[in-house]
Design a protein around this ligand. Structure first.
Ligand code: TXA
Ligand code: MG
Length: 313
């Protein structure tokens, strides 16, 4: 397929070359696919905002291979290190204080004093990060407010021919964006994900605060309307409305044409992995409306419900 490049050392070098020229590529991560650019370059970062039509006030996550380059860019403490040692590389994003001497473009973090950092686990993006001597700004590879991509073809769906190089790292194994935790004052979850407040709380021996969709938005990027397939979604439905796509979860449903099951087994991890794929499929099939059953609000179900609430806003 045109524009999709398989994982090979030749192609990783090619990706490196493009990034060094401050151009943008698409990359895999274990959560979702992203648009990647050199985080030290104002030009790269500006290109990302413009491709995504993203509001300039919504900061990007900076992706690192390990602590090597991070030391120059952010201030961190014991709590961070405890979490880092347990959960990174992996689907956890930390909000830290940005060092005044940091080389990260001020546009990448919307001129804030803070910076979001993550160490992705997908082995293809890790091989690429290892090869370069700058971190990558990587937001999800979708037009702003839309559904995140979880495979190379979804990136083409979003950007057509505007992204000429998509590094193939297979399907994203998690399928939902990383947990975002603010570590600057009392630890607070800004965006729920697979790594839960409970797991984090256990490790830090602290109660972890949480932002909910309804509360005041304290992070500039925690937009209420997000992750949206662009058609109305009705939550907690018992049955489908006339001509609506009906998203269900668990065994008790007999599949018919308008029905899409997030997980026949009733497995929340599987549901998370399928959610964006199914939303994208429904949109392609030109349904005008979506009904979705109530999803259990525990474990990764909390993250699923967070995205659904925003998608239905
Ligand atoms: O799983 C992920 O995190 C994916 C993959 C590609 O790594 N990336 C991702 O990026 O979801 P994006 O740009 O779609 O979402 C980044 C989130 C936004 O909600 C943004 O507001 C928040 O992180 N964020 C970034 N910097 C922040 C900061 N300094 N303070 C508070 N929130 C911040
Ligand atoms: Mg996003």
């Amino acid at each position: 397929m045109k524009n999709i490049y398989k994982n090979s050392s030749y192609n990783l070098n090619k990706a490196k070359g493009i990034l060094k020229k401050n151009k943008i590529i698409a990359v895999p991560t274990e959560t979702v696919y992203g648009l990647a650019g050199n985080a030290y370059s104002d030009n790269s970062v500006k290109k990302i905002y413009s491709l995504k039509k993203r509001p300039k006030k919504n900061p990007l996550i900076i992706h690192y291979y390990d602590l090597g380059l991070l030391k120059r860019d952010a201030v961190y403490d014991k709590n961070f290190l405890k979490l880092y040692n347990k959960f990174s590389p992996g689907p956890l994003t930390y909000i830290l204080k940005k060092k005044p001497t940091s080389k990260v473009s001020k546009f990448a973090n919307a001129k804030l004093k803070t910076i979001a950092v993550r160490f992705p686990k997908n082995k293809v993006i890790r091989s690429l990060l290892k090869k370069i001597n700058f971190p990558l700004a990587i937001p999800s590879a979708n037009i702003s407010t839309g559904v995140s991509p979880t495979q190379p073809l979804d990136v083409i769906d979003e950007f057509n021919n505007k992204i000429k190089f998509i590094l193939n790292g297979g399907k994203s194994s998690i399928g939902l964006e990383s947990t975002v935790i603010n570590l600057i004052n009392k630890p607070r979850i800004l965006r729920p994900g697979v790594i839960s407040d409970i797991e984090i709380g256990k490790l830090l021996r602290k109660k972890i605060l949480k932002n909910t969709v309804s509360k005041k938005i304290i992070s500039p990027g925690m937009l209420k309307r997000h992750y949206s397939p662009g058609i109305p979604i009705k939550l907690n439905s018992k049955k489908a409305d006339y001509k609506a796509a009906f998203i269900v979860f668990g065994k008790k449903y007999k599949l018919n044409k308008n029905m899409f099951n997030l997980s026949n087994k009733g497995d929340l991890k599987e549901a998370a992995k399928n959610l964006y794929k199914i939303l994208r499929k429904i949109k392609k099939l030109k349904y005008k409306k979506i009904n979705i059953v109530k999803i259990p609000n525990k474990n990764i179900g909390i993250a699923i419900n967070d995205r659904l609430k925003r998608a239905s806003n």
